[in-house]
Design a protein around this ligand. Structure first.
Ligand code: MN
Length: 239
């Protein structure tokens, strides 16, 4: 049976067709899978598990339906939806994963990450990340009314667009050093991550052995999905 991996859907009211594509995927291919792993940035933004916006409700309903059908679904937070917590997990029927997480995939020790922590040359982003992952910051943020949090998310999104436009493409990608460290620390043979929106399969020379790094693509236009069935791996596009 197939295990599926997706990330970087960036679900948002601005792109309703991607939400529809995701719902079709959950009702179709995902139903036949053994497990589904969502490796971060499922949402363009997530302002807290108490969000009552229609999109948040709709996506949680769709995930809950998949989980009720018996497909184990895992969720790892990305840099956009890092506030997705236990209430989201319970409502959606998903199991939260830490970043990084090591899993055994048909005998292959596999490291799962969102991917943002691998972009160690992007110092401005890493500084921002340290701030928003601080429990005290999160507690203060979640104490604000929903409207205020929505305004903050909109502003953070605009800033991120500016940064992505101005930062050099190479500092927005992973560094070899961070990839090597991650694979060595985890003792992994394979690393699967998203975040960079550069879908590909790379061989990684570790000196004593060769590992593989699989990068999931985004869902802005393509609907990237990784299918792993035993030793057969396929990185595909839904459209
Ligand atoms: Mn990301």
């Amino acid at each position: 049976m197939t295990t599926l991996f997706i990330s970087d859907l960036h679900l948002d009211d601005e792109r309703p067709f991607i939400t529809e594509l995701f719902e079709q995927f959950l009702r179709g291919e995902a139903r036949e899978a053994q497990a589904l792993y969502i490796l971060g940035d499922l949402f363009e933004s997530w302002i807290g598990d108490d969000d009552d916006a229609p999109l948040a409700q709709r996506v949680q309903d769709a995930l809950a339906e998949l989980s009720r059908s018996g497909v184990t679904t895992y969720f790892m937070a990305g840099n956009r939806d890092f506030l997705a917590g236990p209430r989201f997990a319970q409502r959606s029927g998903v199991t939260l994963l830490d970043d990084p997480a090591c899993v055994d995939l048909a005998g292959v020790p596999t490291l799962l990450m969102h991917g943002d922590t691998l972009c160690t040359d992007d110092l401005a982003y890493q500084k921002f990340r340290a701030q928003v992952r601080d429990p005290a910051w999160q507690q203060a943020f979640l104490a604000q009314p929903l409207e205020q949090r929505r305004a903050f998310a909109a502003q953070a999104r605009a800033q991120s667009r500016l940064h992505t436009g101005s930062a050099m493409a190479q500092i927005m990608d992973v560094t070899d050093a961070a990839v090597h460290d991650a694979l060595r620390t985890g003792g992994a043979q394979r690393l699967i991550h998203g975040h960079t929106h550069r879908p590909a399969r790379h061989h990684v020379e570790l000196g004593d052995r060769v590992a593989e790094r699989v990068v999931l693509g985004d869902w802005y236009e393509q609907g990237s999905v990784l299918r792993v069935d035993g030793s057969v791996i396929e990185l595909a596009c839904l459209r």
